[in-house]
Design a protein around this ligand. Structure first.
Ligand code: FES
Ligand code: FE
Length: 431
């Protein structure tokens, strides 16, 4: 828990998040100072998702994205090594790459033409001798490179912090669930069909905490979708697991059996997948697939259902705005016609205009709207649901489960774990 009087910038931590994080101050979602501190203490420290390896298959391929608000260029260099750079020219800051993705061994700045290679080195400067003289040291003007970059089951993460733990240490017990989600079939996964990107007016933590496992909202926010039979009514049976470092998962019990509509189309494929899973992990873990929803702290969320698997980043764009980058991940082994089917199902539900995405976006933006004003930004939000019902997962369900879990699906245990981690990182920055 957060020490009662630790400081978070000019605030005391206890003013912002109470000891067990069952109450969170509204200013977390609207205060500009906190937003600025988050850039330093969270986004410049944590491992952040930057792409999927299937987007960078060939040596010399690249993609552009952001790490929080910082634009980054991610490349697979000539030797096949993944690298990440601030997408900003070391001359006067212009973005050196504007394309979303492609293949190139050099990046020429569109302002004055300084040109960098995929190892980040400044290769050429127009009229070098004439305008700078012969003593100009090109080696001092390499692109700013991320401190660490690594991948797990195709997901690429990077961090600006040289003192950060390894990616696997950072993910901790979440790797067990990533295994179940992404390494369940021979051949691994791929990102299908590029990214959906759109912007909504909400603080980045609101969708992140929703995906951490807010099952309470499903019957209400998504009531129409449930009534239309798009998904089954939710019971309170399930697992809410937090695996450390603010990461968490919420899973409906027997979620694998809830695929009804799709089960028929996918029967053969799903049976094959299940057989591989049982062979690899045993019956108990196999029954845990699909895994459910979750958030990897700070701003990567996922949803693994019987219909599709999506990973999405809530990129902050100011205290009250995010750019969502959402992608569809499929098993490479999935037959082409089923890939098309999965893509449709994903777009209908969770594409930018998807029925469930629209429901959520509408509610989230109304939260933000209600807290913009002088009065709305005062007071506390409530995260008490399920207090006292958490325990070690292994005790409850036995191996191979790891983490700390609640024996109910509708609980705010994961959100509390999320805000405890937020407060921990934000107070550490003051030391
Ligand atoms: Fe890039 Fe001048 S800003 S070459
Ligand atoms: Fe939702």
């Amino acid at each position: 828990p957060v020490p009662p009087d630790a400081r978070i910038g000019s605030f005391r931590s206890g003013e912002l998040v109470n000891a067990d994080a069952s109450a969170v101050d509204r200013r977390l979602f609207v205060d500009e100072e906190l937003y600025r501190l988050e850039q330093e203490r969270i986004f410049a420290k944590c491992w952040l998702f930057v792409g999927h390896e299937s987007q960078l298959e060939a040596n010399g391929s690249f993609l552009t994205t952001t790490m929080a608000e910082d634009p980054v260029l991610v490349v697979r260099d000539k030797a096949g090594k993944l690298r990440g750079y601030l997408n900003s020219c070391t001359h006067r800051g212009t973005k050196i790459c504007r394309a979303d993705s492609g293949r190139s061994s050099t990046f020429k700045c569109p302002y004055h033409g300084w040109t960098f290679n995929s190892e980040g080195a400044l290769m050429s400067v127009p009229r070098l001798g004439q305008v700078y003289g012969e003593n100009f040291d090109r080696s001092k003007h390499s692109l700013r490179e991320v401190a660490k970059i690594d991948s797990i089951h195709g997901l690429i993460f990077a961090t600006w912090d040289p003192a950060a733990p390894t990616l696997r240490e950072y993910l901790g017990e979440m790797t067990f669930y990533l295994d179940l989600m992404l390494a369940r079939m021979e051949g691994g996964t791929e990102l299908l069909g590029g990214l959906h990107k759109w912007t909504i007016g909400v603080n980045w933590k609101i969708p992140a905490e929703n995906f951490a496992g807010d099952h309470y909202h499903v019957p209400v926010t998504h009531g129409a979708g449930v009534e239309m039979g798009y998904r089954s009514q939710l019971s309170n049976d399930g697992y809410c697991i937090h695996t450390g470092n603010g990461h968490s998962i919420g899973s409906e019990r027997g979620g694998a059996q809830q695929g009804h509509a799709v089960q028929t189309e996918y029967k053969g494929f799903m049976d094959n997948m299940r057989a591989q899973l049982v062979a690899k992990y045993g019956e108990k873990a196999a029954a845990f697939v699909p895994v459910g929803v979750g958030t990897i702290f700070p701003n990567l969320s996922f949803m693994d259902t019987a219909r599709f698997r999506t990973f999405r980043v809530w990129h902050p764009r100011g205290v009250d705005k995010i750019e969502i980058h959402s992608c569809l991940i499929v098993d490479r082994a999935l037959p082409e016609d089923l890939k098309r089917e999965v893509r449709k199902r994903y777009s209908l539900a969770f594409g930018p205009s998807g029925i469930f995405e629209q429901d959520d976006g509408d509610v989230w933006q109304s939260i933000q709207d209600s807290m913009r004003g002088r009065i709305g930004r005062q007071g506390w939000l409530n995260y008490e649901m399920g207090v006292g019902r958490e325990g070690p997962t292994v005790d409850r369900y036995g191996p191979p489960f790891v983490g700390s879990t609640s024996d109910i699906l509708m609980t705010e245990a994961n959100q509390r774990a999320y805000y405890r981690q937020w407060a921990k990182l934000m107070t550490e920055g003051d030391r």
